[in-house]
Design a protein around this ligand. Structure first.
Ligand SMILES: [Zn+2]
Length: 133
Protein backbone atom coordinates (compact mmCIF):
# COMPACT_ATOMS: atom_id res chain seq x y z
CA UNK A 1 0.00 0.00 0.00
CA UNK A 2 0.92 3.65 -0.18
CA UNK A 3 1.37 6.29 2.48
CA UNK A 4 -1.60 8.70 2.52
CA UNK A 5 0.73 11.56 3.32
CA UNK A 6 3.81 11.24 1.10
CA UNK A 7 2.79 8.59 -1.42
CA UNK A 8 5.65 6.18 -0.79
CA UNK A 9 4.99 2.45 -0.99
CA UNK A 10 5.05 0.99 2.52
CA UNK A 11 4.63 -2.44 4.08
CA UNK A 12 1.03 -3.66 4.60
CA UNK A 13 1.74 -4.22 8.27
CA UNK A 14 3.25 -0.81 8.98
CA UNK A 15 1.32 1.46 11.31
CA UNK A 16 3.59 4.44 10.73
CA UNK A 17 5.17 5.51 7.41
CA UNK A 18 8.98 4.94 7.55
CA UNK A 19 9.50 7.88 5.18
CA UNK A 20 7.45 10.70 6.68
CA UNK A 21 6.31 9.01 9.93
CA UNK A 22 2.65 9.79 9.24
CA UNK A 23 0.23 7.34 10.88
CA UNK A 24 -1.14 4.81 8.38
CA UNK A 25 -4.93 4.84 8.17
CA UNK A 26 -6.17 1.25 8.26
CA UNK A 27 -7.70 -0.09 5.04
CA UNK A 28 -8.95 3.14 3.48
CA UNK A 29 -7.91 3.19 -0.19
CA UNK A 30 -4.79 1.23 0.62
CA UNK A 31 -4.20 0.30 -3.02
CA UNK A 32 -4.68 3.77 -4.48
CA UNK A 33 -1.71 6.07 -4.52
CA UNK A 34 -2.61 9.61 -3.48
CA UNK A 35 -2.65 12.00 -6.39
CA UNK A 36 0.29 14.32 -6.85
CA UNK A 37 -2.00 17.33 -7.24
CA UNK A 38 -0.92 18.77 -3.91
CA UNK A 39 2.74 18.46 -4.97
CA UNK A 40 2.20 20.12 -8.33
CA UNK A 41 3.72 23.57 -8.71
CA UNK A 42 2.13 25.65 -11.46
CA UNK A 43 4.23 26.99 -14.33
CA UNK A 44 2.62 30.38 -13.60
CA UNK A 45 5.25 30.72 -10.86
CA UNK A 46 7.64 31.69 -13.66
CA UNK A 47 5.83 35.03 -13.81
CA UNK A 48 7.39 35.99 -10.46
CA UNK A 49 11.04 35.84 -11.62
CA UNK A 50 9.90 37.18 -15.01
CA UNK A 51 8.69 40.43 -13.43
CA UNK A 52 10.95 40.66 -10.37
CA UNK A 53 14.15 38.98 -11.60
CA UNK A 54 16.33 37.32 -8.99
CA UNK A 55 14.17 38.58 -6.10
CA UNK A 56 11.08 36.92 -7.61
CA UNK A 57 13.19 33.82 -8.28
CA UNK A 58 14.24 33.57 -4.63
CA UNK A 59 10.64 34.05 -3.42
CA UNK A 60 9.32 31.42 -5.88
CA UNK A 61 12.08 29.03 -4.81
CA UNK A 62 11.49 29.55 -1.08
CA UNK A 63 7.73 28.99 -1.41
CA UNK A 64 7.97 25.87 -3.63
CA UNK A 65 11.21 24.17 -2.57
CA UNK A 66 9.38 21.64 -0.36
CA UNK A 67 6.56 20.95 -2.81
CA UNK A 68 8.63 20.56 -5.99
CA UNK A 69 12.39 20.97 -5.46
CA UNK A 70 13.20 20.59 -9.17
CA UNK A 71 10.79 23.28 -10.33
CA UNK A 72 11.81 25.51 -7.41
CA UNK A 73 15.45 25.27 -8.53
CA UNK A 74 14.47 26.03 -12.14
CA UNK A 75 12.55 29.11 -10.96
CA UNK A 76 15.65 30.30 -9.10
CA UNK A 77 17.94 29.68 -12.11
CA UNK A 78 15.47 31.46 -14.40
CA UNK A 79 15.45 34.46 -12.03
CA UNK A 80 19.25 34.51 -12.01
CA UNK A 81 19.60 34.38 -15.81
CA UNK A 82 16.76 36.81 -16.37
CA UNK A 83 18.50 39.31 -14.06
CA UNK A 84 22.09 38.96 -15.23
CA UNK A 85 21.71 38.50 -19.00
CA UNK A 86 20.24 42.02 -19.51
CA UNK A 87 22.91 43.48 -17.18
CA UNK A 88 25.63 41.86 -19.31
CA UNK A 89 24.02 43.16 -22.53
CA UNK A 90 23.74 46.69 -21.08
CA UNK A 91 27.38 46.41 -19.96
CA UNK A 92 28.52 45.50 -23.48
CA UNK A 93 26.53 48.38 -24.99
CA UNK A 94 27.96 50.83 -22.43
CA UNK A 95 31.48 49.54 -23.01
CA UNK A 96 31.04 50.01 -26.76
CA UNK A 97 29.59 53.49 -26.33
CA UNK A 98 32.41 54.63 -24.04
CA UNK A 99 35.32 53.11 -25.97
CA UNK A 100 34.44 53.80 -29.63
CA UNK A 101 35.75 57.29 -30.55
CA UNK A 102 33.08 60.03 -30.95
CA UNK A 103 33.83 60.93 -34.64
CA UNK A 104 32.75 57.43 -35.64
CA UNK A 105 29.68 57.45 -33.40
CA UNK A 106 28.36 60.81 -34.62
CA UNK A 107 28.67 60.16 -38.34
CA UNK A 108 24.99 59.33 -38.68
CA UNK A 109 22.59 61.58 -40.59
CA UNK A 110 20.38 62.30 -37.61
CA UNK A 111 23.00 63.97 -35.39
CA UNK A 112 24.12 66.16 -38.31
CA UNK A 113 20.55 67.39 -38.94
CA UNK A 114 20.17 67.99 -35.22
CA UNK A 115 23.33 70.10 -35.03
CA UNK A 116 22.31 72.04 -38.19
CA UNK A 117 18.94 72.77 -36.60
CA UNK A 118 20.63 74.03 -33.41
CA UNK A 119 22.97 76.22 -35.48
CA UNK A 120 20.12 77.80 -37.46
CA UNK A 121 17.98 78.32 -34.39
CA UNK A 122 20.88 79.96 -32.55
CA UNK A 123 21.78 82.31 -35.42
CA UNK A 124 18.08 83.21 -35.97
CA UNK A 125 17.70 84.08 -32.29
CA UNK A 126 20.94 86.05 -32.37
CA UNK A 127 19.84 88.04 -35.47
CA UNK A 128 16.49 88.89 -33.86
CA UNK A 129 18.21 89.99 -30.70
CA UNK A 130 20.79 92.19 -32.47
CA UNK A 131 18.09 93.84 -34.65
CA UNK A 132 16.24 94.89 -31.51
CA UNK A 133 19.15 96.64 -29.84
ZN1 LIG B 1 4.78 8.82 4.25
Amino acid sequence: MFCQSCGRAIAETASVCPNCSAPVKGMAMSNVAPSNAAQHVSGAWYLLPFFFGIIGGIIAWAVNKDKDPKRARNLLIFGLLWTFVPIIIIGIVLFYTLTVPPPIRYQGAFPQLYYDFLDRTASFALNRFTSLV
